[in-house]
Write a protein that binds this ligand. Structure first.
Ligand code: ATR
Length: 281
C-alpha cells in the first residue's frame, strides 16, 4: 500500500456484517490493483459525504439506511438511480460525486448468466426498494414485468408508477411467469423454513431467482431445483451489483468468480444450512 493508494468504502448503519469489503478487496487483489476497501458505520450522513470529498475517497457503496437520503448530498444523480429512487454507488470523479444504482443491473446480470430476459414474462414478488430496482432493470432490458405483493395496493401503486403489470398473489400461477424473482425477505435465516409462494405455482420451465442469500439455497430455490427449474441464488445478485461498482470505479473487468468465492467464504461462519444439508456452491 502506498500513501496515495485509492480508498473505497461502504457507508451504512450497521455495516459490521457487510460482505462488500471481503468482495471488493479480493477483487482489487485479483486484478493486481492498488487500493483498500473499508466499512464506515455512518450516523451523520452529510458530514460523512463531506468526508468523502475531503479525503478523496474514490468510490463508495451506500447501504441501509442511507440509499435515499444520500441523493441530495451528491453533485450528479444518473437516470438509473433517479428511476429507482435510490443510490447504492458513489463515484468520486476528480471531486465530483456521481450517484448511480447497480442493484437492478446486478439482478439483470445474475439472471443473464442463465437466461435471456428480453421478451420474457417476469413475476416479481414484493413491492419494496429491492423490487423497484429489479423491476426497473428487467423492464428496461425488455422483460414483461408484473408485481405480486402481500399488500396488493402497494404492488398496484408501484406498477402504475413504473408502467408495469401487477396481480394478486392468488393469480400468480395464471399469469404464466417464465422467470420468478423473490425480492421479499421471506425465507431468510432464522426463518429459513418459510417460502414466499407455494411450490405448486412453480413450473419446471421456470427460472427462479431469490435475492435472499442466507441460506444460500432457500426453501424456494430448493423446491425449484427439485422440480427441475434453473435457479439463481442471492449471492449472484450481490456479486453482480458489486461487479458493476468495481468496473465503474476502476475501469477494469470485475473478476466475478473470485468475488463470489470471497462472499461465500465471508458468509460461511453464519450460513444457515436448511435441514442440516451442506449448501451447494
Ligand atoms: P426492500 O427495500 O428490501 O425491498 P421493503 O421496502 O421493506 O424492503 O420491502 C419489503 C418487501 O417484502 C415488501 O414487498 C413486503 O410486503 P408488504 O408490502 O406486504 O409489506 C415484503 N414482505 C416482507 N415480509 C413479508 C412477509 N412475511 N410475507 C410477504 N411479504 C413480505
Amino acid at each position: 500500500m502506498q500513501a496515495n493508494s485509492p480508498v473505497y468504502a461502504v457507508i451504512g448503519d450497521p455495516v459490521a456484517h457487510s460482505l462488500s469489503p471481503a468482495m471488493h478487496n479480493r477483487a482489487l487483489a485479483a486484478c493486481g490493483l492498488p487500493g483498500v476497501y473499508v466499512g464506515f458505520r455512518v450516523t451523520d450522513l452529510p458530514v460523512a459525504v463531506a468526508g468523502i470529498r475531503a479525503l478523496g475517497i474514490r468510490g463508495v457503496s451506500v447501504t441501509i439506511p442511507h440509499k435515499v437520503a444520500v441523493m441530495p448530498l451528491l453533485d450528479e444523480i444518473d437516470d438509473t438511480a433517479r428511476r429507482i429512487g435510490a443510490v447504492n454507488t458513489i463515484s468520486n470523479e476528480s471531486g465530483v460525486l456521481k450517484g448511480t444504482n447497480t442493484d437492478g443491473l446486478g439482478a439483470l446480470k445474475a439472471l443473464e448468466t442463465v437466461t435471456a430476459v428480453d421478451g420474457r414474462r417476469v413475476a416479481i414478488l414484493g413491492a419494496g426498494g429491492a423490487a423497484r430496482a429489479v423491476a426497473w432493470a428487467l423492464s428496461n432490458a425488455g422483460a414483461k414485468v408484473a408485481l405480486f405483493n402481500r399488500t396488493v395496493p402497494r404492488a398496484a401503486a408501484l406498477a402504475r408508477q413504473m408502467n408495469l403489470e401487477w396481480g394478486r398473489m392468488d393469480n400468480l400461477a395464471r399469469w404464466r411467469a417464465e422467470i420468478l424473482v423473490n425480492t421479499t425477505p421471506v425465507g431468510m435465516a432464522p426463518d429459513a423454513g418459510a417460502a414466499p409462494v407455494a411450490a405448486a405455482i412453480l413450473d419446471p420451465a421456470m427460472v427462479v431467482m431469490d435475492i435472499v442469500y442466507n441460506p444460500l439455497e432457500t426453501t424456494l430455490l430448493a423446491a425449484a431445483r427439485r422440480l427441475g427449474c434453473t435457479t439463481v441464488d442471492g449471492v449472484q445478485m450481490l456479486v453482480f451489483q458489486g461487479a458493476a461498482q468495481f468496473e465503474r470505479w476502476t475501469g477494469v473487468a470485475a473478476p466475478v468468480t473470485v468475488m463470489r468465492q470471497a462472499v461465500i467464504e465471508a458468509l460461511s461462519p453464519t450460513l444457515t444450512h436448511r435441514h442440516g444439508q451442506a449448501a451447494v456452491f
